[in-house]
Ligand binder design. Structure first.
Ligand code: DQA
Length: 145
């Protein structure tokens, strides 16, 4: 049976491809969406792919996922390091969460070493570029079996 994954992207990820390409690479968010849809099709997942620059909108989407998704893949971007609200929403919705970062946050500034989301995620992938989205979807497909 097809399982539904909500793929959420936080602030500034709409700028992928032009934003600090030395850190985040050349792929655009559209490329990431295509990668997620292809991976989903391969592993029996339907993908609802979204991006927002607004914390509250992400919180609302997470709350709504209770009725519309079986799992959440999230790259919370800068909100990883600041948002107790996103942590609480993910904890409250009770779905399996995979956290993805394109860059290796542990190799970067100290402020990026802690993520509020990691404590409510069953796994965290970082540093593998946009391939991390594919890896996380494969892990979610396995988890949802
Ligand atoms: C990021 C890492 C965050 O520290 C940063 O604020 C981002 C993107 C990543 O994908 O590597 O916007 O989540």
């Amino acid at each position: 049976m097809t399982k539904r994954v909500l793929v959420l992207n936080g602030p500034n990820l709409n700028m992928l491809g032009t934003r600090e390409p030395d850190i985040y690479g050349a792929a655009t968010l559209g490329d990431v969406e295509t990668l997620c849809r292809q991976t989903g099709a391969e592993f029996g997942l339907s993908v609802d792919f979204r991006q927002s620059n607004h914390e509250g909108e992400l919180v609302t989407w997470i709350q709504e996922a209770r009725n519309t998704a079986d799992a959440i893949l999230i790259n919370p971007a800068a909100y990883s390091h600041t948002s107790l609200a996103i942590h609480d929403a993910l904890k409250g919705v009770g779905l399996p969460v995979a956290e993805v970062h394109i860059s290796n946050i542990h190799q970067r500034e100290a402020v990026r070493h802690h993520s509020f989301v990691s404590a409510v995620a069953f796994g965290v992938i970082c540093g593998f570029g946009v391939t991390g989205y594919r890896l996380a979807l494969i892990a979610l497909a396995d988890k949802l079996k």
